[in-house]
Design a protein around this ligand. Structure first.
Ligand code: FAD
Ligand code: SF4
Ligand code: SF4
Length: 474
């Protein structure tokens, strides 16, 4: 029987395989993937989605792995807090900071040994909404962005200038600063501390078992916030199916490159086309200092080649004679948010709740906003003495009102654009470059695309509901 096995020399520790496993048979432990054969039903979703081809079929797979350790170890230590946040990414840190600001006792646990590292991101954000969450600081900004260029397969591009519209972050410094602010607000932070199970009582979540370098802790908490990112398992432990479909994720590979000169500076560059990035896009985001993040994201169910193979081809064409300083692999949920994200004493936020923008896959801002709302709701619920599911439902309600309600039309936009043939993309680009973008309505784009592909009529009717401005400055 063929079994999936991980080639550890290749694995980039991205969590894509964990996110699509329907049987909770894989986990990331420190810097390696552990697969539990007794749980595996051989669906092969993990093999399909791996951006590096590190998860392979191997008939000789004899690796036997220990199951997750039982948490009632005899020497388990005890700890209490009001709010336990699992995961120290942007979502977790904002949740911890916001809850701590309400004078409740907060513990945030992060399994990595260093907050923010390794980076798993292309680091681009819209400047305006970010400034509403944290005061911009040059120490975690790599470059300012003054617009976007969207390239179509024939090499033409549409340029939209919008001074100060975006930032390319230094995620390592940024994530560390967010955690720092959570700590300054009173949250306790543990690193190298991995949640391995939840504590449940009659269906309510009452804490988690945390495995730290110095042993296991039984952490009793009034509210647990799962902010454990793309490789999330905590939701599943709470009985919520957080599995991504392979067709609902983008699997990505990216190089940090140097030697590109200044021709990409000041703009984020997006490349569309079925040869370049099937069911996705390629990008070049300048980071200043002659460096840029150069990446490709493809549909998770595109199986004939891996993301890294598309990236190598893209780099050969767009950035020859430059050098690679680093590699990032990973995957982003792109099919829209989970609707079931609350239980008694429990909430899921950020990538773990698939709250990424359905068009771009970006999730930094959304996870921060979700963290902020969940932190506020948790603090309020604890002060009111009611952490029931009903009370915590305030979080998804507010999230939906602020962000989630835009997801349905955005998903339709994504499907519409991904449905365009390369020829249609070229035509639309030609049409856009002939007109003044500010005067162009969605209707113009709609009719241009429709002339080429009338079958898109059904999908594209959703585009009209949104303005062009939202597309270029989300
Ligand atoms: C290649 C790539 C490019 C991207 N580019 C962009 C971009 O340009 N712009 C953008 O906005 N977004 C981008 N994203 C998405 C963005 O990185 C995420 O949306 C964002 O980091 C989500 O934040 P989060 O807090 O939800 O999760 P994360 O940042 O993933 O944080 C989750 C944390 O939880 C920890 N954790 C997991 N399990 C446990 C456990 N059991 N116990 C303790 N800790 C645990 C993890 O170690 C991790 O630190 C990109 C993603 C990828 C893969
Ligand atoms: S994704 Fe499928 S094949 Fe891979 S470990 Fe999980 S159950 Fe097994
Ligand atoms: S999907 Fe990511 S974590 Fe899983 S085997 Fe491939 S590179 Fe490693």
């Amino acid at each position: 029987m063929n079994h999936p096995v991980v080639d550890r020399e290749i694995c980039g520790y991205c969590g894509a395989c964990v996110s699509v496993c329907p049987d909770n048979a894989i986990e990331l432990v420190d810097l390696h993937v552990r697969r539990d054969e007794s749980r595996c039903t051989l669906c092969l979703a993990c093999v399909e989605v791996c951006p590096l081809g590190a998860m392979k079929l191997n008939a000789e797979s004899g690796t036997s792995h220990a199951r997750r350790a039982e948490y009632q170890a005899p020497d388990i230590k005890q700890k209490r807090c009001d709010v336990l946040v699992i995961g120290g990414g942007p979502g977790g840190s904002l949740a911890a900071k916001t809850a701590a600001e309400q004078n409740v006792d907060v513990l945030m646990v992060e399994k990595r040994q260093e907050i923010g590292s390794p980076v798993r991101c292309a680091e681009a954000v819209s400047a305006r909404p970010l400034a509403e969450l944290i005061e911009p600081d040059p120490k975690w900004v790599s470059a300012e962005i003054n617009g976007g260029r969207i390239y179509v397969p024939d090499g033409n591009f549409v340029e939209v200038e919008n001074p100060g519209v975006g930032l390319v972050l230094d995620r390592k410094a940024f994530d560390r600063e967010l955690a720092n602010q959570a700590a300054q607000s009173g949250a306790e932070i543990w690193i190298k501390a991995r949640a391995i199970d939840l504590i449940k009582n009659n269906g309510s979540i009452e804490g988690a078992i945390i495995r730290r370098w110095d042993g296991d802790y039984r952490v009793q908490a009034k509210v647990v916030i799962a902010a454990d990112g793309i490789e999330s398992q905590v939701g599943k432990w709470a009985g919520i199916d957080t599995t991504c479909e392979t067709s609902g994720v983008d699997t990505c590979a990216q190089y940090l490159m140097t030697g590109l000169g200044d021709k990409f500076d000041g703009f984020c560059h997006f490349y569309l086309g079925h040869e370049i990035a099937p069911r996705g896009y390629a990008w070049i985001f300048p980071k200043g200092n002659d460096c840029a993040n150069v990446g490709v994201g493809i549909g998770g169910h595109v199986t004939h080649e891996t993301a890294i193979e598309y990236l190598d081809r893209f780099v050969e064409k767009e950035a020859p004679n430059s050098s690679v300083l680093g590699m990032v692999v990973g995957c982003v949920p792109a099919s829209g948010e989970l609707s079931d994200i609350v239980r008694d004493g429990f909430m899921i936020i950020g990538d773990a709740a698939h709250q990424n923008d359905p068009v771009s896959g970006g999730g930094i801002l959304n996870s921060m906003i979700a963290g902020q709302i969940a932190g506020e709701v948790a603090g309020q619920a604890i002060r009111n003495g009611d952490v029931s599911r009903k009370s915590l439902e305030e979080y998804p309600k507010r999230w939906h009102k602020q962000i989630g309600r835009t997801f349905r039309p955005l998903r339709k936009i994504r499907e519409g654009v991904l449905g365009f043939s390369d020829e249609t993309l070229n035509d639309i680009c030609r049409m856009l470059t002939q007109k003044d973008l500010k005067k162009l309505s969605m209707l113009d784009i709609f009719w241009g695309a429709l002339k080429r592909e009338p079958r898109l009529l059904l999908q594209l009717r959703h585009l009209i509901k949104l303005g062009w401005a939202q597309l270029i400055d989300p």
